[in-house]
Design a protein around this ligand. Structure first.
Ligand code: BG6
Length: 481
């Protein structure tokens, strides 16, 4: 409310995420008056910078419309920068003084800390925040970004550390896919439409595919990426969250904990992924590529070791061992440097039993396209219009730009950071969810890394290794064109 003050502090203020996402998000929320007008933003990092320097770094990522200039000035006037290390307690005390000075001691003062930091300084900085920077008259909320560890044990250690410092209500683990319009739409699609509720199970559905494709390589992020690989970067978090929302049972209510309880329950029924259910790839440059980036393979990135076996593509099959889903493969596919940008959920229905037509009807598919060009569409057979009695494939099509031409779909980060101000944890990852996610993925990661499993090379700009199509075909996915 307006009765209190809010300070939003960004640790890692000089970094990539801050300039590309967090500052532009804070600006958008401020411009649209979605956060209290008296919100102040503090940047914190090791470099000797001024607010003007941060502003210059961010400006390429902010598109100003005419008429916004004055508000933009006001936004930067409400910014401060504090220089400090992540390991010295005195630096955090110094930050706390600066925060206290900026607060009104007659009011409630709330503090949000956004940790856009490398994992190496994560433990220390959270400890210092807890010991020196907590709000004294108001709430404190801490936003954290992946990586949340690199396997089950390291993540458990981190979770223990964090729960020793903060309560679950103070912790906001970001998975920005949970802030996307179509991901948030999944609950409505499933639980507000009897048409789908009744056929959402093994009797009707043959397979479920969750896909993420990006048409560019690591683009200088090779150093980070090589520590992580596509499985940790995309599948273990973003795609698994989509799987949870697609597969979970109906929650008792829409309260954040009822929803997260159902996600945890379905995760608990998924056995660890096996190597037989896994295809890995790594991109190589295309000498005839259309731009410089596409001529470079993953290992041509200077920050990547020349003998790296880190996968930039993975197709995995997850199996859900419960009454609703037994026998329905959940196929996940994700890759960098592919032929297009796309994220979608594809539900493929079983063949029509007892076909009476001369032609075999193609399978129905219900597709939720997360990006680009948000849509829900359903592939179906339709009588070809006119005299003939033949049939053809058609679509029930809810493409957003046609149906909701004027709708403004906020950026994922805008929604999620606003949720933190409001105190809604519905779209954030709870500790027990994270634990289950790592349980499912750790054995396969250890096997791949322990045995240095060689990824299959695929050319930049293609669909990825053909072995992934073979894996999908073995798992009830029929290509319907
Ligand atoms: C991030 C990954 O979490 O998601 C990146 O670390 C990836 O590698 C990005 O590019 C994709 O997000 P979006 O919103 O562009 O699909």
């Amino acid at each position: 409310g307006q009765g209190c003050t809010h300070i939003f502090t960004i640790f890692g203020a000089s970094g990539d995420l801050a300039k590309k996402k967090i500052y532009p998000t804070m600006w958008a929320l401020y411009r649209d008056s979605l956060i209290p007008e008296n919100t102040q933003v503090f940047g914190y990092a090791r470099s000797d910078l001024k607010v003007e320097d941060i502003r210059k770094k961010c400006e390429p990522y902010i598109k100003l419309k005419s008429g916004e200039e004055e508000t933009f000035e006001k936004f930067w006037a409400a910014n401060q920068y504090v220089r400090g290390t992540y390991d010295k307690r005195t630096d955090f005390e110094h930050l706390n003084h600066a925060l206290t000075r900026a607060e009104d001691n007659k009011r409630e003062n709330n503090r949000i800390f956004y940790l856009a930091l490398p994992s190496s300084v994560f433990m220390e900085s959270t400890k210092h925040i807890r010991e020196t920077c907590m709000a004294e008259r108001g709430w404190t909320r801490v936003i954290i970004e992946k990586p949340f560890g690199y396997d089950a044990d390291s993540s458990e250690k981190l979770s223990k550390h964090l729960s020793g410092l903060f309560t679950e209500e103070q912790l906001y683990r970001i998975d920005h896919y949970l802030g996307k319009e179509m991901v948030q739409n999944l609950m409505t699609l499933r639980f507000a439409n009897n048409l789908y509720t009744r056929s959402w199970d093994r009797d009707s559905i043959a397979s479920v595919t969750i896909t993420f494709k990006e048409p560019f390589g690591t683009q200088g992020r090779g150093g980070y990426f090589d520590q992580s690989g596509i499985i940790r970067d995309i599948l273990q978090n973003h795609l698994l969250q989509i799987l949870c929302l697609a597969a979970m049972e109906k929650p008792a209510s829409t309260s954040p904990d009822d929803i997260r309880d159902e996600k945890v329950k379905v995760l608990k029924t998924i056995p660890a992924i096996t190597i037989e259910d896994c295809v890995l790839g790594q991109y190589v440059g295309d000498p005839n590529g259309k731009d410089e980036d596409s001529k470079l393979g993953y290992k041509d990135d200077d920050t990547v070791p020349k003998d790296s076996v880190t996968p930039t593509y993975a197709a995995l099959v997850l199996r859900i061992n419960n009454e609703r889903w037994e026998g329905v493969p959940f196929i996940m596919r994700a890759g960098k440097a592919l032929n297009e940008r796309k994220a979608e959920l594809r539900i493929q229905y079983r063949d029509v039993p007892g076909n009476i037509f001369s032609k075999t009807p193609s399978r129905n598919e219900l597709v939720l396209r997360v990006q680009p060009n948000e849509a829900i569409y359903c592939k179906m057979m339709n009588k070809s219009p006119g005299m003939s009695f033949t049939m053809e494939e058609s679509e029930l099509d809810l493409t957003y730009r046609n149906r909701y031409a004027d709708a403004k779909l906020p950026e994922a980060y805008e929604r999620l950071i606003l949720d933190v101000f409001v105190g809604s944890q519905m779209h954030f990852v709870r500790t027990d969810e994270l634990r289950e996610a790592w349980r499912i993925f750790t054995p396969i990661l250890h096997k791949i890394e322990g045995e240095k499993v060689q990824p299959i090379p695929y050319k930049y700009g293609t669909r990825g290794p053909k072995e992934a199509d073979e894996l999908a075909a073995k798992n009830n996915f029929v290509y319907t064109g």
